[in-house]
Design a protein around this ligand. Structure first.
Ligand code: MN
Length: 418
């Protein structure tokens, strides 16, 4: 498959990808929906207005909207039809868009000339804890080796209800939180700016139509609910977390900000990269039993650039396929009590760590709670994030001569408020 638009083999956005996003042209105008293709955005509100989605069954105003929620709600058959139509319109042999200069000039905008916005109105955000390596590392540091993995961990995907209001799009600065913490040597808690600000490398997925309250989503139907995936940085204040997390889990340590990448990669684009995922021992209960390979080979990296550094330095290199619990299992588990998911809900995987040291997806693990500082190229050291640090996460699947990429999610740390 090839597009009439030139796309570099290293680009994240070839015709095989076509991730959805919400953008506003810098020249003005309202927010609307587009797909990324090479260095361009294809404005779907223009394609829709030209009547080119009629045969895909899109009759109403779905793309001239400031969020993807209405499109997410249409479900996987509609997503497939639209994607097929877009791949046809952008292919090198198809004249409709290629040879129509007026339409092309209206519909294709350079990515340099747009502002990317949050792709959806997120009603609920749930964060899981699905990486066994991460859970084992954190458990070892917080509770000791013997109690590292809680007895429930291998039986169900652990999660907590996150905060949807503070999910921000890539490029948004993140203010260091203040809070209550109790250093191990102190007799009483203190209040102040977090001194242990961390990142968490995760992936998230947006829910499509969702389910009626009281009606769980069977694991066999769970993937039909996944509209697409984004990169997630679940910023975490470890000192606040360590003091507050028992017995109900994280609260303020993670609710101040969560950053996501702006382009939502359709699950269908990831099909060529489907892999089995880790073997699960013991076998989960029936409602969590996988009926197919349900992980994906997605390379993930994190870069850190301090204020003093001229170029960013890679500090993490890992893979989505390390996740123990699959997305389908997490969806099925989330709804097994009858809890309803709604269009635009965001579920995230939890920190993705692998067995090797460079595969650890948080500073907490990379520096082993401060005992093994990370050496930066310019002589600085990092244990936790410092003011001015710029964090960049990226991810991609490597195909034969093309990449299905997620772009990036970035965020810079601002000093705490006075
Ligand atoms: Mn997390």
């Amino acid at each position: 498959m090839k597009s009439f638009i030139q796309v570099d083999p290293s680009s994240h956005f070839p015709i095989q990808n076509l991730p959805y996003g919400v953008f506003r042209p810098l020249s003005g105008g309202n927010a609307r929906i587009g797909v990324a293709i090479g260095d361009y955005v294809l404005d779907l509100s223009v394609i829709e207005a030209a009547g080119l989605f009629k045969e895909a069954g899109i009759q109403t105003d779905i793309f001239n909207q400031p969020t993807l929620n209405a499109f997410m709600e249409l479900g996987s058959n509609a997503w497939k039809k639209v994607r097929t139509k877009l791949q046809l319109l952008l292919s090198e042999d198809e004249p409709t868009l290629r040879d129509d200069e007026t339409l092309r000039s209206q519909a294709l905008i350079s990515q340099n000339d747009v502002e990317l916005l949050l792709p959806a109105q997120i009603g609920d955000y749930t964060d899981f804890y699905a990486s066994k390596e991460h859970a084992t590392n954190v458990g070892t540091m917080f509770r000791g080796k013997e109690n590292a993995l809680m007895p429930n961990w291998t039986h169900l995907p652990i999660g907590y209800h996150g905060r949807a209001s503070s999910v921000v799009v890539s490029g948004t600065d993140v203010r260091r939180p203040k809070g209550q913490m109790k250093p191990p040597t102190a007799d009483a808690p203190i209040f102040g700016p977090s001194k242990q600000l961390d990142m968490e490398l995760e992936m998230g997925w947006f829910i499509g139509p969702g389910n009626e309250q009281g009606k769980p989503i069977a694991i066999t139907d769970a993937e039909d609910q996944i509209f697409g995936l984004v990169l997630v940085n679940d910023w975490s204040a470890r000192d606040i977390q360590a003091w507050e997390y028992q017995p109900l889990g994280p609260f303020l340590a993670k609710s101040f900000a969560t950053s996501i990448s702006p382009w939502v990669v359709p699950l269908e684009a990831l099909e060529p990269f489907r892999v089995q995922g880790p073997k699960q021992e013991p076998t989960p209960l029936t409602y969590l039993q996988k009926n197919r390979a349900s992980s994906f080979n997605i390379n993930l990296e994190v870069y850190l650039k301090s204020q003093e550094m001229e170029t960013a330095q890679k500090i993490v290199s890992t893979n989505f396929n390390y996740l123990y619990w699959s997305m389908a299992q997490q969806i099925s588990h989330h709804t097994i009590t009858g809890c309803n998911l709604r269009p635009g809900d965001l579920l995230a995987s939890g920190t993705i760590s692998g067995p090797k040291k460079e595969e650890r997806g948080s500073l907490l693990e990379l520096s082993w709670r401060g005992t093994e500082p990370i050496e930066m190229n310019n002589g600085e050291q990092r244990v936790w994030l410092e003011d001015g640090d710029l964090l960049t996460m990226t991810g991609w699947c490597q195909g034969d001569g093309y990449r299905i990429g997620f772009g990036e999610v970035t965020g810079r740390i601002l000093p705490a408020y006075d």
